[in-house]
Structures are given as C-alpha cells and as structure tokens.
Design a protein around this ligand. Structure first.
Ligand code: F0G
Length: 344
C-alpha cells in the first residue's frame, strides 16, 4: 500500500475472503467456477478493502471528515471505518433507493445520512463539488486509494489458484472495482506471481447500462440498486480493462439477475445481494452465447452479502412461507402429506 511504514492504520481486518468452489453452476456452464465471496468482509461488501486505505489516508492527511455518494455499500463501509478512526462521515444517498441493511449500517455507525432527491450520479456530482471546496475527503472510488485497496482481491485469487483464472465475471456500477481487479492482476503478473492474465467480463444491469449502450443513462433503473448508476466515474478505465484483457462489458436483465440471485442461494448455499448476482447471470448468458469455452477456470465476484437487502429477499416470502397452527398433529400431517417426509 502506498504509505510510509510508520503511522496509524485504520482497519477492521478486511479481506482474506474465501474463494468458494461452485457445486451447481459449474455443471450448468461446464467450467470450474469459483465464487470470490466478498460479502464476508466486515461490513458485508468488497468496499471495505478500499475503505481501509482511503480512511487511513484521510487520517494521515489530518482531515476530520469524509464524504461519499453511495447506492448503499460505500456509505456503510465509509461510516464504519470513519467511526473507527474518530472521523465525521457524511453520506449522500439517492432517496428511497438504498437497501435497508445498508441504511441501518450507516445510521448505526453514526454517519450523517443525507437523502437527496435524485439518483446516484447526481449525488456523486454534489459530493465532488462539496469535497473540492471544503476540508472533507472524498472516499468514493474516484479516490485512487480506494482502488489500491480493492486490487488486493485479485492478489488473493491468484494466491489461492496459484495463477489467474481464465475469466473473471464481475458486476459493474461506478466501475471502480473492475478497474481495481485489472490493476491487481497486472501487478501480480509483472511481479511474476501469476503466469497469465484473466479475461475480465463486466456486467451492468440492462436498465442501467451506460457503458454497453455507449451513452449516459439519465434515469437508470434496476432492482439491483447497488449498480443503479447511469454515468460511471471509472467508465473509461473499465472499458480499457475489459478490452486490454480480451474480455468485454455486457448487460443482464433484472429477470436474469433475479434468477441468478435465487439460484446461488438455493443451489450453492450462498446468499449474495442482487447486484452481486449480475456476475453469475452474466456467466450463464455468456456461456449460452458461446463466449466461454468449456473446462475453463472462472471466478465470479459476489460483491455483497444478501443480508444487506432483506426487502429483495422477502419480496415473495409470503408465497413461500407455510402458515400453520402451533399444533404437532397439524405440522405432522403437513410433513407427511405435503412434504412426503417418512417416519422413523
Ligand atoms: N456490487 C455491489 C454490491 C455494489 O455495492 C457495487 C457498487 C457494485 C457491485 C459495483 O461496483 O461501483 O465499483 O463498479 N456500489 C457503490 C456504492 C456504487 O455506492 O456502494 P463498482
């Protein structure tokens, strides 16, 4: 990391997340699929990797407050690390469009939460302007220290596989993360820790796919609210990363994202948030299109924990929950007659 050895480090011991082999999706796509489960970071998303570095930098620079615009996860992470550092944090969120768990985190960690009547892109514009005029550090991924931290996920993947995978599938929102992974993989290759580079395949939601469409989306819409972004800050870098790696950036529909979100939970035992499932939805789509040859090693980045977004998870809960009286005989009859459970 780009710091002098001596000095404070603000950390919650983020990173070192597991690379979990797939038991089901590997079969569907005929590849060796692994999930980089970033939901297991301290605040439940990959943002912590970058936030430890950005907040450490802010502390070393002697600033007393930080600000970010966020679709939720950045604000949760900024709030937590700022709390730990004793800094004030301001988070600008698009009103009504952030998952409940993320809001709960920002509030609990003592951030000043400002809900703006606008979308993420407008909030980021305001955050840029405020931080250029006031003594408040911007901790969005425009901040290069964020990328320095986030690239460590690529290091860990190579350390685990002893080389880079053939493909990396990753959701794209503000496009900082795909940029970070590309930095990380290249750096490890240069250091001869990896023999090859992976093809990077980034996925936007179809209702918020500016890079794929080649134009700013004024009113981005998707149920994967974390990537509801119409004008990514790291647009050019993300495009370059995909191109240089021999990969691409494409989009998946909300329907495809939702199916993957449910599949990962039901068949892999891993609960990720909707935006994270865009990586797996993307892999399934790319495989159907013949873009991924069989037998390849594929890492899908699951960027955030499913518990972040209880509303998305419980949308159809009423249909799935059986309501019965608290009576053994009724429950027994249900298990025997409906579920066909055999008696001992
Ligand atoms: N997945 C999740 C769960 C996210 O929260 C984000 C971005 C992304 C993927 C996309 O990453 O922006 O680096 O391309 N969330 C930001 C936020 C925008 O404010 O929390 P990206």
């Amino acid at each position: 990391m780009p710091f002098e050895e001596d000095g404070p480090i603000i950390t919650l011991l983020e990173g070192n997340t597991p690379l979990i082999p797939s038991v089901h999706i590997s079969k569907i796509v005929d590849c060796e699929v692994l999930f980089k489960y970033e939901g297991l970071n301290p605040t439940g998303s990959f943002k912590d990797r970058g936030m430890t570095v950005a907040i450490t930098k802010a502390v070393r620079d002697g600033v007393s407050a930080v600000m970010c615009a966020s679709t939720g996860n950045t604000s949760a992470s900024a709030a937590a690390y700022a709390a730990r550092a004793g800094l004030k944090s301001f988070v600008l969120i698009p009103e009504g469009k952030i998952a409940l768990g993320k809001l709960a985190q920002a509030v609990m960690h003592g951030a000043t939460v400002i809900a703006l009547e606008g979308n993420f892109d407008q909030a980021l514009q305001v955050a840029r302007e405020v931080t250029s005029r006031f003594d408040v550090a911007l901790v969005n991924s425009i901040n290069p220290y964020r990328l320095e931290g986030q690239k460590t996920a690529a290091f860990e993947i190579v350390d685990c596989l002893m080389d880079a995978p053939d493909y990396l599938f990753i959701p794209v929102g503000n496009a900082g993360n795909i940029t970070s992974y590309w930095m990380g993989f290249r750096q490890y290759k240069e250091a001869e820790r990896a023999k090859k580079l992976p093809k990077l395949c980034g996925y936007q939601a179809a209702g918020a796919a500016p890079i794929v469409l080649g134009r700013v989306v004024e009113k981005p819409e998707t149920f994967a609210t974390a990537i509801r972004i119409g004008n990514p800050a790291r647009w050019k870098e993300a495009e370059a990363a995909a191109q240089e790696s021999g990969g691409f950036i494409d989009m998946v529909t909300d329907d495809e994202i939702r199916k993957a979100y449910e599949l990962i939970a039901e068949k892999e035992g891993i609960f990720c948030e909707p935006a994270s499932a865009a990586s797996v939805a993307g892999l399934i789509k790319a495989k159907k299109q013949g873009k991924v040859e069989k037998g390849k090693t594929v890492v899908c980045v699951l960027t955030g924990h499913g518990l972040k977004d209880p509303d998305s998870a419980t949308l159809n809960a009423d249909l799935k929950i059986r309501r019965l009286p608290a009576d053994f005989n009724v429950v027994r009859d249900y298990l025997v007659e409906v579920e066909k459970v055999g008696e001992k």
